[in-house]
Write a protein that binds this ligand. Structure first.
Ligand code: NAD
Length: 334
């Protein structure tokens, strides 16, 4: 069987890390017909838009995509391609597993949590305006529909992965209406899942507790902005952004991408850590039901990390992206 999968290389280190993931997936022997489409800077130069309609069409048609990071310039201009993709394809759940690797020097060991970030609204709704010349307003949207949907998703994920606890993050003590609604939806949802423990936590306390005791958390569900920040924080606990995978899940569509951005500071140097993209590729394989190839890559990656000489510069080593990729492929073939 041949799978049709959309491939977006992305900006900055995107092509380096996505091509690494692609090589490793192909080395498992499964047959994929990649529909390679351009978004971001390259598309802007070629087509005058960073998100041409054919990109959306390709993802809709194939239902699955592997995507590299796309640069979003700070300031005015085009709306983030990532936010547009998530909104247009209704990729409402952003799933970000954070799992420590044996042998990787990191702040914590024994971490195995998943951040489930609401992906379509909150301050990312993009509703902003100036009030006169001296003030600006950004509107935070929280709806019952999206909040119920993401909370249900988090509980279902907990059940399907045999996880014990869902922790909902909010700031309802200050944003009594918006975050209050999110919390209310979580509380109601929890009543239907009495096999799963449920707790809620204010985002500032959550940040501190994650830094101190990340092993105490299982599934964390959060509105868009808190989920975004907490996932980078959590990646930092296990060794950095190069190790954190992500998936954007909708009803019939899933887009897999590393949590990190285009890392323009190291782009083109061949030193990016491709692990995040590889882990996203593993999530993709599991999503399409290819569990055995996914397990082979997972095992090879874990074994490669056991040897301290197998490290990219972000983890204190000197292996380039391509060399690191080859070590994983060699391990898979042993
Ligand atoms: P970033 O994640 O690109 O980089 C932050 C730091 O982490 C940098 O020092 C970088 O060198 C390092 N880093 C990130 N990934 C790495 C990897 N795989 N290997 C080694 N080091 C790595 O964050 P940023 O600099 O804030 O963002 C750059 C651009 O990426 C911005 O335009 C931002 O909007 C965009 N971005 C896109 C996505 C996405 O497409 N999903 C996600 C986050 C940021």
């Amino acid at each position: 069987m041949t799978y049709n999968i959309t491939l977006i290389l992305g900006d900055g280190i995107g092509p380096e890390v996505v091509n690494s993931a692609r090589r490793i997936i192909e080395a498992t022997g499964i047959s994929i017909d990649w529909d390679i489409v351009e978004a971001g800077d390259v598309a802007m130069k070629k087509h005058g838009t960073p998100l041409p309609a054919f990109v959306i069409d390709s993802i809709r048609e194939n239902g699955v995509a592997l995507k590299g990071p796309i640069t979003t310039p700070v300031g005015r201009g085009f709306k983030s391609v990532n936010v547009r993709l998530r909104q247009e394809l209704e990729l409402f759940a952003n799933v970000r597993p954070i799992k420590s690797f044996n042998g990787i020097d990191s702040l914590h060991q024994g971490v195995d949590l998943i951040i489930v970030r609401e992906n379509t609204e909150d301050l990312y709704a993009g509703i902003e305006h100036m009030v006169g010349g001296e003030a600006a307003e950004s509107i935070k949207i929280i709806t019952r529909k999206a909040s119920e949907r993401i909370c249900r998703f988090a509980f279902e994920l907990a059940r399907s992965q045999n996880r014990k606890k869902v922790t909902l993050v909010h700031k309802a003590n200050i944003m009594k209406l918006s975050d209050g609604l999110f919390l209310e939806c979580g509380n109601r949802c929890a009543e239907k899942y009495d096999d799963i423990l449920f707790e809620d936590m204010i985002v500032d306390a959550m940040s501190m507790k994650l830094v101190q005791f990340p092993q105490n958390y299982d599934i964390i569900v959060a509105p868009n902005l808190y989920g975004d920040i907490l996932s980078d924080l959590s990646a930092g606990l296990i060794g950095g952004l190069g190790l954190a995978a992500g998936a954007n899940i909708g009803h019939d569509i899933a887009v897999f991408e590393p949590v990190h951005g285009s890392a323009l500071d190291i782009s083109g140097k061949g030193i990016a850590n491709p692990t995040s993209a590889i882990l996203s590729g593993i999530m993709l394989l599991k999503h399409i039901g290819e569990f055995e190839p996914a397990r082979r890559i997972e095992d090879a990656l874990a074994q490669v990390f056991e040897d301290e000489s197998n490290r990219t510069p972000d983890l204190g080593g000197d292996l380039g992206t391509k060399e690191f990729t080859q070590r994983i492929i060699d391990k898979m073939m042993e």
